[in-house]
Design a protein around this ligand. Structure first.
Ligand SMILES: Nc1ncnc2c1ncn2[C@@H]1O[C@H](COP(=O)(O)OP(=O)(O)OP(=O)(O)O)[C@@H](O)[C@H]1O
Ligand SMILES: [Mg+2]
Length: 227
């Protein structure tokens, strides 16, 4: 399994008055080349779970093996390196920096990796073409359309060619047409061997035919495959 979570517990602010038990004994296995969705109410723990899968922080306890690496064993610095090599993120608001150009936004994840500026631009080139934003590459990202922005977010998630793509409520700010386009792109990437994990309560996502597994998240627990 590309992702293997066993007895995952995540406690925020442990031991303090504002302690929150966000995940309570989560078990989850995700095979390479599959597309999986996590569905659950607000506050159920979806983003926390995505953060652990996304190597943003290790669990408080439990075993998380992501692409062959067990997170708890990694010092912070290595967790960051593992994340940069393994994960592409797509966020609800896309987290695009409006004053930077389209190209600068897309190559952002490469900045700490020591590539030359020319190499970074060369890596972005095929993605700019593939996602139809080449003509916008020097525009400030704040001045492009919602659909273009979405494609910039996808290109940025792919720039380091990660095996895992994580999308947190990716369609929350998209109309139906753009949501469908987004899902078609995710299916296409799955076809290329990427593993895709989407947290959403949008029925368009949770009913998508491209999903291999659909899990519920409730009070910090992952419920059985509801496919
Ligand atoms: N950084 C944090 N510090 C403290 N508590 C947090 C933090 N992040 C999340 N929580 C709490 O952990 C629980 C799970 O939150 P999480 O963001 O994972 O839920 P979610 O399912 O993604 O919700 P939503 O659908 O609203 O995005 C909630 O009770 C939340 O308030
Ligand atoms: Mg969330």
């Amino acid at each position: 399994m590309l992702i293997e979570l066993t007895d995952i517990v995540k406690i925020y602010n442990q031991g303090e008055v504002n302690e929150v038990r966000a995940l309570e004994g989560v078990q989850l296995s995700v095979a390479q080349g599959t597309m999986v969705c996590l569905k659950g109410a607000s506050g159920s723990g979806k983003s926390t779970l995505l953060s652990i899968i996304g190597c943003i922080y290790p669990p408080t306890s439990g075993r998380a093996v992501i692409a062959g690496t067990q997170l708890a064993r990694l010092p912070d610095r290595f967790l960051t390196i593992h994340r940069r090599q393994t994960i592409g993120f797509i966020f609800q608001h896309f987290n695009i920096l409006p004053r930077l150009s389209v190209l600068e936004n897309i190559i952002l994840p490469l900045m700490p990796l020591g590539f030359s500026p020319a190499r970074r631009r060369a890596m972005a080139e095929p993605l700019l073409e593939r996602y139809g934003i080449h003509h916008r590459r020097n525009f400030p990202a704040g001045e492009i359309s919602g659909g273009e922005l979405q494609r910039v977010a996808i290109a940025r998630a792919l720039i380091n060619d990660p095996p895992i793509i994580i999308a947190d409520e990716p369609t929350a700010h998209l109309d139906t047409h753009l949501s469908r386009e987004f899902l078609a792109t995710m299916r296409e990437l799955k076809g290329e061997g990427k593993t895709i994990i989407i947290a959403s309560h949008d029925p368009l996502v949770t009913e998508d035919a491209g999903l291999d597994r659909r899990y519920g998240v409730q009070d910090g627990r992952v419920t059985q495959d509801v496919c």
